[in-house]
Ligand binder design. Sequence first.
Ligand code: ADP
Ligand code: MG
Length: 384
Amino acid sequence: MSEQLLKKVRHEFTAIYNYEPTGVWSAPGRVNLIGEHTDYNEGFVFPFAINRSTFATISLRADNLIRVASSFSPVTHEIDVRNIQKSEENQWAAYPFGVAWAIQQMSDVQATGFDCFIESDVPVGAGLSSSAAIECAVGVALNELWNAGLTKPQLAKAGQLAENEIVGAPTGIMDQSASLLGKKDHGVFLDCQSLEAEVVELGFAKAGLELLIIDTKVAHRHADGGYASRRAACELGAKTMGVPSLRYLTSADLHKAQELLDDVTFRRVRHVVTENERVLKTVERLKEQGPKSIGDLMYASHQSMRDDFEISVDELDEAVKIAEGFGAIGARMTGGGFGGAAIALVPSELIDQMTVAIKYAFKQGGFIEPNIFAVTAADGAARV
Ligand code: ADP
Ligand code: MG
């Protein structure tokens, strides 16, 4: 798939701009193995970069003009490199424009304009962070071409800045960190407080396991209001418990939390506290016992999101239930919730059977046909 994309992206660049591009850079999407709604509570997450990537073909120009096009919409969007601002008119080009802006904010480069074409096989809106993939592909490209000298963690920050300030989405730094720091068959264990990252071996391939993505295609229903109210509950919980963030609580504090908090706030807090502990345990078990030992943590994570954090939907619960019934090691919804995808850690020989079973169950349940595919943990963003 990627070889083909690479050829195509060069060809398309030349077709649009009438000259050969300087180079191609790519950045992967990511999936979160465990650690949901822990990022904004200064906790832990454990995503990995996947074998689906966004390719950015870029050549610098001698003037200040930026032109970007994508296989999504071959119409070029244009802007002056010295005058990048948030605007409705930017549409999807807000991502590459935003990164060009952020790198200028974070370094003292003499930025010039550039021509860019983007192609991707990261599905959009499936919880695999096509947005981070586009930010990081453009980020590593401009960092090299402009000689900006930013480190990978700084480029992750640039991607986040672009998304927050120029796209206008209040997102964290997990996705960009995974896309930049990812390593083949490894996960990126990230402390969202210190931003320290450690790559930890997953060992899926060696154990004969694959990670199945079940994209329910359910649009994130009530996602905005749901997200805001979950954040508010976490803040209230931390404040009432007298800590700067829920990161500072452990299971030992839950008894006191139950006495002090109303039922809903308590359950929100319990999810975050136990989820942080599950991330730490997942990393520990991978190191000591290998991937077959993390299944119960994945199931417990799903249950906690379903019952305590209340961000699951019927389609996600069904996918997890069928996966478990058909012999998955572990399964859980992944991403912010209210729709999106579930993941299942599955022995390779069960993949086909499980895929058929989930599709059948969805049909019986009157759900939309899900998109189901396996991913592996891949290397992070780089020049191709
Ligand atoms: P995701 O969960 O996939 O990150 P987002 O809503 O955060 O979903 O980001 C998706 C948006 O990123 C798209 O609507 C589009 O604006 C932009 N995007 C992602 N991939 C591409 C691409 N290949 N070409 C153009 N825009 C893209
Ligand atoms: Mg995104």
